[in-house]
Structures are given as structure tokens and as C-alpha cells.
Design a protein around this ligand. Sequence first.
Ligand code: URA
Length: 283
Amino acid sequence: MSDLRELLFFYADSGADEALEDEPVNRLAPKQPAPPQPAEPAVGDRDAPAPPRQAAPARTVPAAPRPPTGPVSAAVPDERQAERARELARSAGSLEDLRDLLADFDGCNLKFTAKNLAFSDGDPAAEVMLVGEAPGREEDIQGLPFVGRSGKLLDRMLAAIGLDRGKAYIANVIPWRPPGNRTPTPLETEICRPFIERQIELAAPKVLVTLGGPSTKALLRTQEGILRMRGNWRTHITASGVEIPTMPTLHPAYLLRNPAHKRLAWRDFLALKLKLRELKDDA
Ligand code: URA
């Protein structure tokens, strides 16, 4: 019994703390044998009954795949959802509107395993917007981005340049926690990207900070690694063509695992501080 408890704690500590189905699935169980198929008549076996003939279709027009009519389950999303997300995100006229659209959107399977939508935190009118990858366990419980261990470090990094999270706007590329904190698939990112892009466009920050590789790749449309990208000002271009100076930096979760790299993030945050001062002086 205590072994079982230990195993459960081990799973929870590893981030596997979600049940995806009501019933457990034994994926190691031997496969069921396939149901017997009617025997094919041997060649030349004239006495064997002929197999039932399929009526030939009148025309061979391929039918469009039928979208699911019932509620979407925790299934693999498809390309059409990315297109639908683009259309929906474009139709949002305000951040509240966008949040409501996302809350109703059923095209991303991550929604069905997450407890809450973690849309944003902080001040939507802030000059700085910070965007991470996806909520973790604590963010999922509270429905807010960056409130767990990485969030605490992010708060300290902001405080070090005289900002507190209430004076910044914080969001993630993916607003739902991937089960067990797994890496979102490229298609999940593609489906969620139009929403975060619209969120940036509607919040219209003066400066954007991408936290970590996945957010940097998604918002700067690059394949370059974060260690190459960080520390230099880049440009995020919104759908309406507004250019936003963007500083890619290391993700706080990475810094927790690699504290020696905190000095690099510190440089990036100093550059952010300088940029905000310049913007103020220019205003
Ligand atoms: N990591 C992220 O990228 N986002 C969060 O909100 C929390 C951890």
C-alpha cells in the first residue's frame, strides 16, 4: 500500500497528475485478436459462394470529412482548427472578447484536460508584455500565468528592474496546461498562436518579452535557439503591421535549473529597463 502511495507521489512530482479518461487503460495488455474475416474463395474454387458485390458508386466524388457533431473529446486536433482559430481570433474586438472566444473555443484538445484557462495576469495597459510557453500545474489551478515557482522568479526579475507584475501584462502562447507539462505539439501551438498574436495586438504593449525558446520561436517566427536569440532586440510584427520591439530571454524555469545563466537574463532585463527609459524620454 505504501509502495502505491510512493508511486502516486512520484507521478505527481513528475507532473503526471491528471486523469485523461474515467477508466484506467492498460496499454501493456495483450492486444485482442482481430475478429475472424470471411474466407476469400480460393482461385478456381467455383463452388465457393461469391462474395457479396458492392454496388458501384454512381460518381466518384470524394466526400468532405464530416466534422464531429458532438462535443469534441480529448482527440488530436487538426489543421482545420488552426484555420478556425485564425478566423475567430481576428474577430475579437477587445481582450475581454478574446478571452470569451477562447473560453468557448473547442478546437484545441488541451482545453479538455486543463482545469482552467490561464489567459493573462497583470495590467493589460502596461508598457511591457511578457509571454511564456504554457501554464504549469499551479497556473492551471489558479487560472493565471506565472504564479508557480517560475512565476516567483519572474516576479523577482521584474522587481530587480523596478517593475512589479501588476505593472506588466503577462500571458502564454498556450493558455491551457498540457497534461503532465508535456511539450505542446507543433499543431497545438499553431492552433493557439492566432489567439496570443491577437492578444498582443489588442494589448498593444510598447515592448514585448518572450520568455524561453518556444515563445520566441512562435512569436518571432524563427527556428533559432534561444541562446542565440536572447539579448538582442528583435521585432514582432502584428497582423495589422505594427512593429513591437521584442527582447527574447531565458525562461525562468530554465534559470531555476541553470542558475549560472541568471547573469544572462539579468543583462536582458537591464536592456529592457533601458529601452523603457528611452521610450519614456522620447514621449
Ligand atoms: N511556464 C510558462 O511558460 N508559463 C507559465 O505560466 C508557467 C510556467
